[in-house]
Design a protein around this ligand. Sequence first.
Ligand SMILES: [Zn+2]
Length: 804
Amino acid sequence: MWQRRIFFDLQPARRIPRVRLTRLIVRGMLALAGVVFASCALVLVAPAADPPVAGPARWEAEIAKLERAETSPSPGGVVFVGSSSIRGWNLTKSFPDRNYVNHGFGGSQLADAVYYVDRLVTPLAPKVVVVYAGDNDLASGKSPEQVADDYRQFVARVHASTPTARIVYIAIKPSLKRWSLVDKIRQANQLIVARVARDSRLSFVDVFTPMLDGEGQPRGELLADDKLHLSPAGYALWTELVDKALAIASDEVADAILFNGQIATVDARFSTAEALAWKGDRILRVGLNEAVLKLKGPQTQVTDLQGKRVIPGLIDSHVHSTGAAMHEFDHPVPDMETIAEVLAYVASRTKAVPAGQWIWVNQIFITRLREQRFPIKAELDAIAPEHPVVFSTGPDGMANSLALKLSGIDKDLVVTGSGFIEKDPATGEPTGMLRGGTKRYLKSNSPPSRATERDREDQLERLLRDYNSVGLTSIGDRAAGRGDIERYDRLRKQGRLTTRVAASHSVNGQDRPEAAKQAIQEIARHPLHDGDAMLRIIGVKTFLDGGMLTGSAFMREPWGVSSIYGITDPEYRGVRFIPDDLLLPLVRATVENGLQFTAHSVGDGAVHALLQVYDEVNKTTPVRPTRPCLTHSNFMSREAVDTMARLGVVADIQPAWLYLDARTLAAQFGYERLRYFQPLRTMFDAGAIAGGGSDHMQKIGSFRSINPYNPMLGMATAVTRRAKWYDGQLHPEEALSRAQALRFYTMNNAYILFLDDQTGSLEPGKLADLVVLDRDPLACPEDQIRDTRALLTVLGGKVVHEVK
Ligand SMILES: [Zn+2]
């Protein structure tokens, strides 16, 4: 049953064993979601600081005072009972709309709450009792078993007079002052969880896990100066978690209910539910039809799913939406799969724009052309003698003669910095091939775009709606500039932002350390670094190497002489942009500022280099809490996967590249060298977190875009390892199960994008982000997975896509 997931949240986790990282992540997120069992009540029994020894009678005066106070809620309200953490809680501020009373009394233990239950709790006939106690009990020397036993008594006493009351127990918190008791605290919490799981009227709010940092130590900022009680930030966390529990415990009426479905919750156990209810933007309940339909009121919108599959809203960990949305604003760009189609497109542009105006063909990857090669200069010259033309892919490009001439690129030009300009070995003249960023020598002067900011916002909204139509509810923008972030923010303010956005701010990896550090500090100070689940800056992104689609990924072994990629140097290993002496301080500054670092790292040479730097920084500052990332990470090794798991490094990976490029890569490298190409299964088995992304750069349309952003194509590829124009499977031993593939596009991405406490799975208290599908990708024939369509997409309880 789904309720039992709570168990996983409480296991000792001081040192996180790397092999169990996936589960831990899920745990962490559940914990942050404020996990609750089916029902709850609120009575708080809180501990006070080191109590005197006398029995419960020592509280008589204080209890009498509470009884006299005219603060009682009307019947059916919430009673908070417990020790000083309850007594000192400003409930008016935390729960302004709830009918509650604060009956906490300082220093008390669970046994005290039992003793006074008939004076402080049951006379009020509460619907919910919230209890915090157990902390002082352990401090006074009681055993975890004793605490659990007192809890059982408390429950029995409440239910003896109010059998329907829901009881919400707040986990015993970790504190610096009582850190020596942590093992006992864990045991007591576990014992109580075990009791809670057997009674649907009981629930448990895990405040323990989210009060620890990535290293498993108490988060000091959540505690007051005495290192025992809560700080305002601590109360804010408790409020969030308890509020979710109260929503469920109070049996609130749902806004909407879906029932008779097959709901893949993607919780820690990958459990399936029949029905789901939400209110506002949050999920109220997930479970059996009968239990969920109880939340139906006269206004509730109830939908019979008739057995349809429901999954959490899908997440793409890597897009460039603002640019992609504008790609065809000027004119439609046809699909190009052959050199002839490329040349036909260039020819059509020579007729559309005046002579002398630059023509760029962007990101048509040679690996995806039938001919598997660049168009050559002579071909471009023949159709465009009067227009400078650049065929550009990633950091590389082919220029025609006029483009070279207008840019002053000739046999005498000496390149400074990264990359090189290829020259004919016989004549010394440039061949037109510009490698590794040397396109910077081109003096291109395209006329300014006629698009207004309004146009850009409209196009972006169109694209986000198209994302919704394929089930996407969250995206990671991997290289957002300030302007892009402002555009998302404007859409949000206008109510037109229909996906959650986690942005990696772009930084220049080649900046000197001081300048880089300053840039990073500025990003960390950006108000949206503290953004919410709709829009947030999570970190920074830069580029470490070239691309595999263009022949410039930085490899550990030479690429090999290649007609496909135009490689003549047998020692050539690709292009690396950032040397260690710049990369190390850049990563260090990012980690120290609490931001996620990621770099485009395609080749295994780049992947190893970045992992080595993460390892180095980790010696002084733990990197795990910042979820450092490898972007693309196509070529790996067993060793690299293990290092990822050990350090807590995550990866954002593009399965559609396997689908589109395996044919060319196999021709270039041979099958064996691709053994650890996108080794998803090895990562899952090792406990390294990988999530699926598209690297969407151009066009709107989930299959026609570059790169295609249809997540079902990504899932199908991760499951089948089959590729376009390629027979058989590419290392099927690295294929994911379908459940893993779904996790890869939901929970794992939520973790990678710091959304795991809010979305990525369908559980009470989390945001209602979900998709109803037209078929079941977990069970349909394998070759139909990619054709799966979203019938309904819901973002935070609001419908953002619906097939009528
Ligand atoms: Zn990208």
